[in-house]
Write a protein that binds this ligand. Structure first.
Ligand code: FAD
Length: 391
């Protein structure tokens, strides 16, 4: 066996760990199931030269200098402050909802009253959660919140998670704030950017190191055997005593022995249209009141690309993940609940007997991670491996 470490999966978790271990002098094998590296950040140019992100729109954002400096080593980053809109009763308004949205959704008198009451209720605060507003003792604030809840938060969340409205958890509702000024950018991070030539090029650069060998279209699970009784790990039928980092789905790794961990899947309907713009002023729009789909991304405008008289859109349909299904066969979002977290812990506990098996990333840890979170987590795992070696 010529490798010190094997990493299953070449998304941000796997590629970051592989790079860190390689730079610490380890020989690393990266084994990726798909035809390409980059995990869910994979992007490619279509026939009209528009860069399209195959697994949904990804905007890089972080407040961490260390994460920012790390990604900048592998790609020039172009500052990009995302703007989004929401279609409410046929009108396009800024999302997250801000004071401009109030002006567009109400007449002047009602709009002024709502803004005045919001300022009175929340003072200097720049954002509030919908749940806080729904529980407000101020009737004007509450009535505005109820309108947003009925027309946006409730139908959007129910579609996204496949839930009945009464099953929706407040933590999910609180993810998108309501803004108390005219700010119209979606995020509010120190660094918000896109890789100038796309994520795929960035990943190729990350994995381009003399100590890294990457193999594609190779599922790690059939090549791996876990002998829990003897605490031994086999790769291609030989005992492997190096570090094994797994970034795929933990239940799949364990043969689903306690049952499947549920995921939401997404299906994207791509269309090339003979128009310069489809959505309007923003590259992403959400459609809470439309049947079946939640959002549309217009890739040409996400990357500010030149494509005369042509645009490309991806309409996003949330589905229940079903392994092997043509449309719903890719696990996207873990469905966090007490029962599912309990199931995850059982799998994790079983695997904890293997000293040098590391789990990292959104599938292996059954967590919703943003890209920067997963890089931070990958730094921790890489440090644990490297420092463990020094002990
Ligand atoms: P992944 O990217 O899924 O990579 C895992 C890799 O492992 C995959 O390539 C997979 O093929 C491979 N693999 C799995 N099993 C095996 C196996 N058995 N053998 C070999 N290989 C295997 N985050 C942001 O910060 N900003 C955003 O704007 C943003 N937008 C998002 C939009 C959508 C629609 C979604 C779903 C997520 C978004 N995220 C965003 C989150 C981001 O996608 C994750 O943070 C990121 O994918 C986590 O990387 P990962 O390496 O853990 O997982």
């Amino acid at each position: 066996m010529k490798y010190d470490s094997i990493v299953a999966g070449a998304g941000f978790s796997g590629a970051t760990i592989a790079r860190k271990l390689a730079e610490a002098g380890k020989k690393v094998l990266v084994c990726e199931r798909r035809k390409q590296v980059s995990g869910n950040m994979y992007d490619e140019y279509d026939e009209n030269g528009i860069l399209v992100q195959k697994y949904g729109p990804h905007i890089f954002h972080t407040n961490s200098d260390a994460v920012w400096q790390f990604v900048c080593r592998f790609s020039a980053m172009k500052e990009y402050r995302l703007k989004c809109s929401a279609e409410i009763d046929g009108k396009m308004v800024p999302s997250p909802f801000n004071f401009t949205a109030i002006d567009l959704l109400y007449d002047k008198e009602d709009g002024t009253r709502i803004k005045t009451q919001l300022q009175k209720e929340y003072g200097d605060r720049k954002a509030v959660t919908i749940v806080e507003m729904l529980n407000s003792s101020n009737a004007v604030v509450r009535s505005y919140a109820e309108m947003l809840f009925e027309k946006d938060y409730r139908p959007y969340t129910a579609k996204q998670w496949g839930l009945k409205p009464e099953e929706i958890d407040v933590s999910v509702l609180n993810r998108v704030p309501v803004l108390l000024d005219d700010r119209d950018t979606f995020f509010n991070f120190t660094y918000e950017a896109l890789p100038e030539k796309g994520y795929t090029e960035m990943f190729h650069n990350m994995l381009d190191h003399p100590n890294i060998t990457t193999i594609l279209e190779t599922d790690a699970i059939p090549r791996l055997r876990l002998d829990a009784a003897n605490k031994k790990l086999y790769w291609d039928d030989s005992i492997f005593t190096g570090d094994f980092v797994f970034t795929g789905a933990i239940d799949e790794l364990s043969g689903y022995k306690y049952g499947k961990l549920p995921y939401r899947a997404l299906w994207f309907d791509y269309k090339t249209l003979p128009a310069d713009r489809y959505i309007g002023h923003t590259p992403i729009a959400v459609y809470p009141q439309r049947e079946g789909y939640t959002r549309i991304t217009e890739y040409k405008w996400l990357q500010q690309q030149h494509a005369e008289g042509i645009t490309k859109i991806a309409t996003e349909y949330p589905l229940t993940y079903v392994k092997g299904d043509e449309k719903a066969g890719e696990p996207y979002y873990p469905v966090i609940s007490d029962a599912n977290t309990g199931l995850y812990r059982k799998y994790k506990e079983d695997l904890s007997v293997f000293d040098r098996l590391y789990l990292c990333g959104r599938l292996a840890e059954y967590k919703y991670y943003n890209m920067d979170d997963v890089i931070v987590r990958a730094f921790e795992v890489a440090d644990e491996i490297i420092n463990g070696d020094e002990k």
